[in-house]
Design a protein around this ligand. Structure first.
Ligand SMILES: [Zn+2]
Ligand SMILES: [Zn+2]
Length: 820
């Protein structure tokens, strides 16, 4: 044994030291040369570099770092990569704000440089936070999706999917954010309840009379293409096929029937506009109706809106209502709470515009998504339905093109003369068509030598939804399938419909194989007030504040112990403080042990004269090992955490150490053999605690391991030691029962002293135990030395018969009398 541990435990210093050393020692490197150990690959989601590693990410990363560390100790060659999902609108918006410009003020490549600069800075901040959290990432794998080398992969996947027929360009209604001026996917649409005005408007029938229509969007009236009623609605049967005048225009449209119209809703008469919502899109397709676009990309009224041209939708809404009032067509207006579709990023209500865009056929994969989702192991299990239900609910294919700058370019050109599409060849990649020409001399269709670049770029999710293959080494490493599918894909409950879904469809389409074998879902972090954590709610806590106060090991205990996997967990300072106090308790116990082991040399062949309490704690440590192993296998981190903390704090520190101190201190009295037995037990049980705790609190366990065990054990880090397997030989139920009884005696005697306000070391002149039976008397007899030592008893008498005295819980036939 080296020097005993020092007195104070400087959490922050120790953590920083190991974070540096682990990197220098290469403890967490994936071993590419090792072709025999089983591999375990983690599909680390590349985070969006916002510049802030918030508590939600702390939760996320702690979960899969625990898994990585556990699997590494189980003997897996663990692959734990880290990338950054750089592209996207928020960076563009931030750069515009920072430099006071619009993205169109600069050439695309210059604007892109400003974005890259900002992203680089943000990555630095977040990388530091991931390091401070103690994540066992192999940093040699770091990548950025904005690097040309990653573009190459994203573009290659586009080219391959295009060749396989999964990509098409089509004119189709898409969700459109007029603020961000780009198409967005269904997954990026959020719903908010807002109060709108429901207007009841009279549409004049050509033959006289009118029908009343209820709408919250009167500004869309100029785009009305038909009026529908339910075919079984007796009230309106006579009007079907008749013409009705569209207010604010000089057009008439035909009244048709559609069984999707709910006679109970509104007035039972519905106008179909192009487009107010997805129901309109369905009607247009079903009845082959014309499309009148009256709103443009910026959310302003077009020529088709007649006198409202140039107005914003809000202005047009007011103007239309004013005009209807003047014409006497407005019946009434009342407030209505409704779900509004908004842009996930800026919360502007989205419009549905008909646009020429690039799409990926995803709906044809829905049944395969379901089949694979059912085969995959989910933690927790019920989360699989989030993916299945989402896939089944989709009305549209995935719109993958965006009208932005900072994104992966679509590797396509169009022939200026005949419009032929020129798709890049794999060996041209990476390529930016906005800067470079296709590497062909002439259009294969018409021979023209002039091409226009595709100016649309790819959705960011198109970059990040191939990570399972990219992490594995696709397309460069020949044996990339060794790490594919990923063993685990970790995800937040809120991004199953994006991340887990897009990964699934991309890899199914590309490789006809599922991308991951299991899915580990974390919930949301709530603020201290139970609401979701948000800066504007005043309940926001920055991760660096938590780290700098109590360190990573305490923070990680809050994560692990905070709640069941997949459930939302509130951030609680007391949980972090409790974690910190546990570290101090563990340190003090280890320090005590290190002091007692100065003259101890571990010897595997030695036979120790184990006493009942030694066997008892060893037995409990074995059972703890089984419980913790089972919990970690099932990703039940909170169960593992509680089991280890309870054992360490109560069984090991409060009970065992206190009970055997006398035996340690007085070898002359008890005999050296019995002291050796305690030393062996302390050495063994503490090591077990360190190993079981290592995945959750990696720093303190390493510090104690290096000081006390590294010399004897052959591993350069506790994190490379072999996870303890259950040693059946050590399980001894009888010894545990005996130990429970002896410990109960000690606890009860000490409790009596405490109640009498006597110091615990007060000498008991005589302790009489009425064991209530011959068998129990014999058991207590075996532990009499530890009982006497722990309770400072001068003279102990153990009687087999029942008798008077204080009851020893929970054994109601056993009683004792202490004479002081
Ligand atoms: Zn937006
Ligand atoms: Zn051509």
């Amino acid at each position: 044994m080296k020097q005993p541990l020092p007195k104070g435990f400087k959490v922050l210093e120790v953590e920083e030291k190991w974070q540096k050393k682990w990197e220098e020692m290469g403890v967490y490197r994936f071993n590419w040369d090792d072709k025999t150990s089983p591999t375990f690959s983690i599909d680390t989601p590349p985070p969006y570099p916002s510049g802030e590693f918030h508590m939600g990410l702390v939760l996320n990363w702690t979960y899969f770092d625990i898994v990585a560390r556990y699997k590494r100790m189980r003997g897996y060659n663990v692959y734990f990569p880290q990338g950054w999902d750089c592209h996207g609108l928020p960076t563009e918006v931030e750069v515009e704000k920072l430099h006071g410009i619009k993205k169109t003020d600069l050439p695309p490549d210059q604007f892109r440089m400003l974005c890259e600069e900002l992203v680089g800075k943000n990555i630095g901040v977040m990388k530091k936070a991931i390091t401070n959290l103690g994540c066992s990432i192999d940093w040699t794998t770091e990548y950025k999706t904005m690097d040309p080398n990653y573009w190459r992969r994203t573009q290659l996947s586009f080219v391959l999917l295009h060749k396989k027929g999964f990509i098409y360009r089509g004119t189709h209604p898409v969700n459109w954010c007029p603020r961000c001026e780009t198409a967005i996917a269904d997954a990026e649409v959020e719903y908010e309840t807002r109060t709108a005005q429901l207007h009841c408007i009279n549409f004049k029938l050509e033959d006289g009379g009118f029908l009343t229509i209820a709408t919250t969007r009167p500004e869309l009236i100029p785009a009305c293409v038909t009026v529908t009623v339910n075919p079984h609605d007796e009230r309106f049967k006579q009007y079907v096929g008749k013409k009705i005048h569209v207010p604010t225009t000089n057009r008439t449209v035909e009244i048709i029937t559609d069984d999707l119209v709910d006679p109970e809703f509104g007035t039972g008469v519905v106008m179909i506009c192009t487009y107010g919502d997805k129901a309109d899109v369905k009607s247009v397709a079903k009845h082959k109706l014309p499309v009148i676009t009256c709103i443009d990309e910026k959310g302003r009224m077009t020529q088709n809106a007649g006198r409202y041209v140039g107005m914003t939708t809000e202005e047009a809404k007011k103007a239309v209502i004013e005009d209807l009032k003047n014409e006497g067509l407005l019946e009434k207006t009342e407030p209505l709470n409704q779900e509004v579709s908004v842009c996930w990023r800026c919360h502007t209500p989205i419009e549905i515009l008909e646009k020429e865009q690039w799409f990926m056929k995803t709906r044809i994969l829905s049944s395969q998504v379901e089949k694979n989702a059912l085969e995959i192991k989910w933690y927790p299990d019920y989360m699989k339905y989030r993916l299945i239900d989402w896939a089944k609910s989709l009305d549209w294919d995935w719109v993958i093109s965006r009208q932005r700058v900072f994104a992966t370019p679509i590797p396509i050109w169009h022939c200026k003369k005949c419009n032929e599409i020129i798709l890049a060849e794999p060996n041209w990649l990476p390529i930016d068509p906005r800067i470079e020409n296709p590497k062909i001399d002439e259009c294969p269709n018409c021979g023209s030598k002039e091409f226009k670049p595709e100016r649309d770029v790819l959705d960011t999710w198109f970059d990040s939804s191939i990570t399972c293959a990219v992490h594995a080494g696709w397309p460069d490493k020949e044996d990339w399938r060794r790490l594919f599918p990923a063993d685990v894909h970790p995800s937040g409950v809120d991004i199953i419909r994006t991340w887990a879904y897009y990964l699934m469809v991309r890899h199914l389409a590309l490789f006809n194989e599922k991308p991951y074998k299991s899915c580990l879902i974390n919930g949301m972090v709530l603020g201290t007030d139970g609401r979701s954590m948000h800066k504007s709610f005043g309940n926001y806590v920055a991760s660096q504040e938590v780290f700098s106060k109590h360190g990573a090991d305490a923070t990680r205990q809050w994560v692990a112990g905070g709640g069941a996997t997949g459930s939302d967990i509130p951030f609680r300072w007391p949980d972090v403080e409790y974690g910190w106090r546990f570290l101090i308790k563990l340190w003090n116990a280890a320090r005590f042990v290190s002091n007692q082991l100065k003259d101890y040399k571990p010897n595997e062949n030695a036979e120790y004269v184990l006493q009942p309490l030694d066997k008892w704690v060893l037995n409990k440590a074995e059972k703890l090992t089984k419980k913790v192993t089972d919990a970690l296998e099932g990703c039940q981190f909170n169960i593992a955490m509680e089991e280890i903390r309870n054992f360490t704090w109560h069984v090991f520190c409060d009970c065992y150490i206190e009970a055997v101190k006398d035996r340690l201190y007085k070898p002359n009295f008890y005999g050296e053999e019995k002291r050796k037995a305690v030393q062996y037990t302390l050495y063994t049980v503490l090591y077990r605690i360190l190993q079981l705790l290592a995945p959750i609190t990696p720093h303190i366990t390493e510090e104690i391991y290096q000081a006390m065990y590294a010399e004897d054990k052959s591993h350069k880090s506790v994190h490379l030691s072999h996870w303890p397997t259950l040693d059946e030989k050590r399980i001894d139920e009888e010894a545990e029962k005996h130990g429970d009884l002896i410990m109960a005696v000690i606890i009860e005697v000490r409790r009596e002293k405490a109640e009498k306000r006597m110091p615990l070391n007060t000498q008991i002149k005589k302790l009489t135990i009425h064991a209530g039976g011959k068998d129990t008397a014999e058991i207590i007899m075996k532990g009499r030395e530890d009982i006497s030592g722990a309770c400072k008893v001068a003279n102990i008498e153990i009687m087999p018969e029942k008798g008077d005295g204080r009851e020893i819980k929970p054994y109601n036939n056993i009683r004792f009398i202490a004479e002081y």
